[in-house]
Ligand binder design. Structure first.
Ligand code: FDA
Length: 416
């Protein structure tokens, strides 16, 4: 047991000394590990329901990913969010929580706090000014609900104790009616990401599905790396396919390879060594268009025709890569067919991805078959729960991952 002297540093006005857990142990109804989106949402929900809640986080700031997301304006939900926007080995698991806590509920919360929002793309809601306002909403609600948030706190051990759980932390020993693990995924370690949640799950015998970086840019090998670098900053709308994934969104050339929403989305489907198919002129019957242009404007150069449809730098680069630019009248059908294929079905094999350093999310995670989809409690161990990105539930780009954090946090916070 920790000495009583260790307790005042907690400074918890809503904590009480346990009668049952022994001298030197502070008791809460709920201890949440991780002060990110899911953890704070769970905390304020449980706090408002009258539970005594402590949130601990090893980082020096709460909600770092909220602050950094969406270019500092946080794409906090998607009005069109449905279970079909998520990847999971157990696709039915997310249905219940997403149905019960919908995007409109979260919009109502932020608007009640006077946060202005903006729909930057269909369904994608962002803060009009700064993600700081959104984090402010969550921390204010936590405060009103009497939740304690303790930063720079590490958790060294978690073990069942009677009906509850005992934690050994850098604050001392804590007894909790329930522990909620909201430690997120592995992406961007500099923002506090750790494998803690997965290790804890394994400690309790829960399987963890394979994890890999997703919503992540692709890297390329020579000569494509140099070619992409020469176009860094150029962007155009494409349709990209890989396996069962198809997206029509912008592609962005970068110094390392390919990025932009189209590439981030398809990265969730791609596996090492696979080839992407990119349609640079989506929605256009390219061969027919080229034949018509040859008939109507035979002196026109191919690069000029391309420059009308694509960014000029990309149009110029394409004819250079193919070493083929001339008057359309000089092109036979076979040559136009081969250009049509090159434009509508550009096959490119990425060298890899930028990995955890820049990935927005983790695909895979704790196997949800071992959890209740209503309460997020571990089957047979209701005092242990997991929420948010640490679970094997991963959303597409566009606000779905935060919606999952809110929905799973609320479902668990109401039940815990
Ligand atoms: P989250 O990662 O938010 O929180 C986990 C918390 O646990 C962190 O505070 C961490 O410090 C803490 N923690 C970890 N290990 C710990 C340990 N051992 N002990 C104590 N604490 C520990 N999504 C979206 O919907 N729209 C968007 O615009 C974006 N944009 C975006 C940009 C970037 C750059 C990234 C990296 C991610 C996004 N995302 C996103 C994804 C989104 O940020 C993510 O899915 C949610 O933050 C997940 O919420 P969680 O609360 O589950 O984890």
């Amino acid at each position: 047991q920790f000495p009583l002297g260790a307790l005042p540093q907690l400074g918890c006005y809503n904590a009480r000394l346990s009668d049952t857990a022994g001298i030197g142990c502070v008791t809460y109804d709920v201890v949440i590990i991780g002060a990110g989106a899911a953890g704070l949402m769970c905390a304020l929900t449980a706090g408002h329901a009258g539970r005594r809640v402590l949130v601990v986080d090893h980082a020096n700031k709460a909600g770092k990913k909220i602050l950094m997301s969406g270019g500092g304006r946080c794409n906090f939900t998607n009005l069109a969010c449905t279970p079909a926007n998520f990847f999971s080995d157990n696709p039915h698991f997310c249905i219940s929580a997403l149905k019960r806590y919908r995007p409109e509920h979260f919009v109502e919360l932020v608007e009640r706090h006077g946060v202005e929002t903006v729909e930057k793309a269909p369904g994608q809601l962002f803060c009009a000014h700064s993600a700081k306002e959104l984090l402010g909403v969550l921390l204010t609600e936590c405060d009103w609900a009497g939740v304690q948030v303790r930063l720079k706190t590490s958790v060294e051990a978690v073990a069942p104790l009677g009906d509850g759980m005992r934690l050994v932390t850098s604050l001392g020993r804590i007894h909790a009616g329930a522990v909620v693990v909201a430690t997120g995924g592995l992406s961007i370690p500099t923002l506090g990401a750790s494998g803690f949640g997965y290790d804890l799950a394994r400690q309790f015998g829960l399987p963890v599905t394979e994890t890999r970086p997703a919503l992540v840019p692709f890297t390329l090998s020579p000569p494509w790396k140099e070619r992409a670098a020469s176009l860094a900053g150029v962007s155009c709308e494409v349709a990209v396919s890989c396996r069962e994934g198809h997206y029509r969104e912008p592609l962005l050339f970068t110094h390392r390879g390919l990025s932009g929403p189209a590439m981030l989305q398809i990265s969730s489907h791609w596996r090492g060594g696979e080839t992407l198919s990119i349609d640079l002129l989506p929605g256009e019957a390219v061969f027919d268009s080229l034949c018509r242009a040859r008939r109507e404007t035979p002196r026109r150069r191919l690069s000029s025709w391309l420059g009308e449809r694509l960014p000029k730098r990309l149009a110029q680069a394409l004819v250079e890569w193919h070493d083929d630019d001339g008057a359309l009248a000089d092109y036979g059908n076979a040559r136009l067919q081969s250009w049509a294929a090159a434009l509508s079905d550009w096959r490119i094999k990425p060298a890899g991805t930028e990995g955890w350093r820049t990935a927005e999310v983790t695909l895979g995670g704790i196997d949800t078959r071992e959890l209740s989809s209503k309460t997020f409690a571990v089957n047979g161990l209701p005092q242990l729960r997991f929420i948010g990105e640490v679970l094997d539930v991963t959303g597409e780009l566009g606000g779905h991952n935060f919606q999952w954090a809110w929905a799973s946090g609320v479902a668990c916070g109401n039940a815990v």
